[in-house]
Design a binder for this molecule. Structure first.
Ligand code: GLP
Length: 240
């Protein structure tokens, strides 16, 4: 309902109305929004006013416009809390979602100099090179390239990495994961990311590079994860 007598501007009332429909699930992610004309006629307000409300919601990313197609409800992003050292499997389960993996490759390769330095092993020592697409409810979320010290994390198989690496390290090998340092970078998806994440050309991705250590300080993995920027946002609690 629009109250024309209210001191609250009409475009603002309409914005709130659309937001509330999104929150209640009456408008679903991916749905097309009714046209400016429909709103204008139905609410008996000007198209300019409708346009103003829609533009504000596009700027706030509740809605997005697709050229030649119309205006759509934006998918809600997954919020990943960065305050703990968790695995993809744990993150998804904590949200009540079903994680799965698509294994692209699983190999043992000799560590190149840079990687060997990060893992604190001699150059050419064996490392597992694992490429996986990480999915939630069968939707690709991230492409992950993991390098794991093979002399430290023994007995890894392609079967294991199709479920959870961290679970294997802690539950089967009885090792304790201690800490990690993580770097973030915004990039445009490369060809591999486009293909495996099923996203259109020039899409942004969030690249995370993590080096993880066991609780005794030994680094065991170097990981590059490319997260879909349209699906993910990251949250950090900051204290002063
Ligand atoms: C996250 C981290 C990776 C880690 C992975 C383990 O995706 N970014 O560094 O290797 O979790 O996940 P899982 O135990 O589900 O294989």
């Amino acid at each position: 309902m629009i109250d024309k007598q209210s001191p609250i501007p009409i475009y603002h009332q309409l914005e709130e109305q659309i937001k509330s429909k999104i929150e209640k699930g009456e408008y679903k992610p991916g749905d097309a929004l009714p046209s400016e004309r429909e709103y204008a006629e139905q609410l008996n307000i000007s198209r300019m006013t409708v346009r103003q409300a829609i533009t504000n919601l596009v700027n706030e990313r509740y809605l997005h416009r697709i050229k030649g197609k119309g205006t759509f409800i934006t998918e809600k992003k997954f919020e990943q809390n960065l305050n703990g050292l968790t695995s993809f499997t744990e993150d998804m389960k904590a949200r009540g979602m079903t994680p799965s993996n698509k294994l692209i490759s699983f190999e043992i390769v000799p560590a190149k100099k840079n990687l060997a330095n990060h893992l604190n092993i001699a150059e050419h020592s064996p490392v597992y090179e694992v490429k996986r697409v990480r999915l939630a409810e069968d939707i690709p979320m991230a492409l992950e390239r993991t390098y794991i010290s093979a002399n430290l994390i023994k007995g890894l198989t392609d079967n294991i990495v199709q479920s959870s690496l961290y679970q294997y390290i802690e539950n089967d090998l009885g090792l304790k994961i201690g800490r990690a340092s993580q770097l973030f970078e915004a990039t445009i998806a490369n060809d591999e990311e486009l293909e495996y994440l099923n996203i259109p050309e020039n899409s942004p991705v969030l690249l995370m590079k993590r080096i993880t250590q066991l609780d005794d300080g030994t680094p065991f993995e170097v990981v590059k994860s490319s997260y879909r920027a349209d699906r993910y946002q990251f949250m950090l609690d900051l204290e002063r």
